[in-house]
Design a protein around this ligand. Structure first.
Ligand code: ZN
Length: 340
């Protein structure tokens, strides 16, 4: 990345009201068949235009092409029965009805590759594509086949690696794996979670990132955050091992969170996508607030490795709030760029 402090978003952006229910996470599509394909492409164009207009440097599809950050990927695999549902506890936090793994999981066809090619044709800017991470995928399913979280994660890692290689060939510059589960299952992360992630990025030449956050601003998450105390030290459990991993970039939450900023030091040497925008409030940060967060982070990450970002996805926010936050991210970053 030639530009200093390149900005990006963690992932999702709001969908237009003609495609999905506004301000609703995981809303069903309002269109079908051909109209849906066209609708998603149009939404991608609008989302890209809004990112570019706000001055975002590393752009994405705004996740206009998927309904859910985990299940849309899993729907394209064989071995998972979406009719056979079980209620499980997601990340030890809330119950959800999830599909069942009934047979060996395999990826027989690409999932997002055509969407990524479409995005690539629309812009010359660096593009980032998000995929779910293996551990977060297994935590969103009931496993009636492998009966081993580690084994299932390993199989998903292989499928993700196939997809990632095709995304790379389609011209994606950064492939990001979303692993909010890394903030919950520390022993498993260190035992096999990071190894599974490294299996997912095996042989890739493009840059790779892992996004670890405290989730969307939904009630289950905000209730959970209230139980975490005044200092959120979860990152302390996984950063040391991640620092030694092959992953290039770590994306983390920082703005308005109780994460002690000095934990970023544990990643020294890695690139850091630092969340300087809070996605759990409609209040739009001022550029100066963004700049203050970035200045604090610069004590613990070298300037050439700091990538200003949002805490998490902005899908549940209104479009105008999301636009305001994108502009604040750019303007705040510009203040700090001038100080370097
Ligand atoms: Zn997130």
């Amino acid at each position: 990345m030639s530009k200093r402090l390149p900005t990006s978003t963690a992932g999702s952006l709001p969908k237009p009201s003609w495609l999905a229910e506004p301000e609703t996470l995981w809303s069903p599509w309002k269109l079908e068949d051909e109209a849906l394909i066209e609708g998603k492409q149009d939404a991608l164009r609008v989302s890209l235009q809004e990112q570019q207009q706000a001055g975002i440097d590393i752009v994405s599809d705004g996740e206009q092409t998927r309904q859910h950050f985990v299940t849309t990927f899993i729907e394209h695999l064989s071995g998972v029965d979406f009719e056979k549902r079980k209620t499980v506890r997601i990340r030890n936090r809330y119950d959800a009805s999830v599909p069942t793994v009934v047979d060996a999981v395999n990826r027989h066809k690409p999932v997002f590759v055509e969407d990524a090619k479409f995005l690539r044709r629309q812009t010359d800017k660096p593009i980032k594509w998000a995929l779910p991470g293996p551990m977060t995928m297994i935590d969103t399913l009931y496993d009636d086949h492998y009966k081993s979280r580690e084994k299932l994660a390993w199989e998903f890692a292989k499928a993700l690696n196939q997809e990632a290689k095709e995304l790379e060939a389609a011209g994606v510059d950064i492939i990001q794996f979303d692993e909010p589960a890394f903030n919950v299952f520390f022993d498993e992360v260190n035992d096999w979670g990071i190894a599974a992630l490294e299996r997912a990025i095996e042989g890739l030449k493009c840059e790779t990132a892992v996004h670890i956050c405290y989730g969307y601003g939904i009630k289950a998450n905000t209730d959970w955050k209230k139980t975490l105390g005044s200092e959120w030290r979860q990152y302390e459990e996984v950063f040391p091992r991640l620092q030694k991993s092959n992953i290039d970039i770590v994306s983390l939450e920082c703005q308005n969170s109780h994460v002690p900023i000095e934990l970023v030091e544990l990643l020294r040497g890695k690139k850091v996508m630092l969340g300087a925008i809070d996605v759990a409030t409609n209040t739009i940060e001022t550029p100066e607030e963004v700049a203050a967060t970035l200045r604090k982070a610069l004590q613990f990450v070298d300037a050439d490795k700091l990538y200003p970002c949002t805490n998490c996805g902005m899908a549940p926010l209104s479009r105008s709030v999301a636009r305001g936050k994108l502009s604040a991210l750019s303007a705040g970053t510009e203040i700090v760029r001038k100080e370097l």
